[in-house]
Design a protein around this ligand. Sequence first.
Ligand code: GRF
Length: 216
Amino acid sequence: MDRKRVGILISGRGSNMMSLFEAVRRPGYPAEIVTVISNRPDAAGLAWAAGHGLATAVVDHQAFAAREDFESALHSALTAARVELVCCAGFMRLMTAGFVRRWQGRMLNIHPSLLPAFKGLDAQGQALAAGVKIAGCTVHFVVPEMDSGPIVAQAAVPVADDDTPETLSARILTAEHKLYPHALALIASGAARLDGGHVVGGHPVNQQAQLFSPAL
Ligand code: GRF
């Protein structure tokens, strides 16, 4: 089988990267991780990746005066590893439209909300402030506008009355770790694909409606 060559971009602890690492080890998984790139030399996930035999690279944004120069170094690192699909996983740099266009249709991101609700930072805090009963996470293609690209897959979790940003984030993160490998497999295998600005294909994992509401 032709496995898609994936590059993962991280900035921090890299727990989503770890879940992708576990997934690609499964027989028949349609992608492999060919590089993990961090914009922060001290990212905890970077040491973890190296310790688990993954190729790693640092493209330190602080070493570049202009964002375009940083991005062109990032682009070179990705192309040097012959990356076919990019997975942003807690990558905390805004990207210019120029960079995004070079990877458009080939770059995924995970965001801790049910997009298009609660874009940007502290999505979990935004969800609590809005009083929603369902929160979740989204894997989407990256487009120049932040957190706005075509949605590949989403996972929902309930919100509890006594949730704090920390407890809700932890519940969403558990869902993220299932969702990202699932969404990447959909795209890498070709089971789901971009079509007219939306992602089509794949099948609902769970066709049963679930109620997220206070109990009687
Ligand atoms: C995750 O919540 C992800 O949705 C967001 O940043 C966080 C990264 O966590 N984009 P990790 O570095 O993958 O543990």
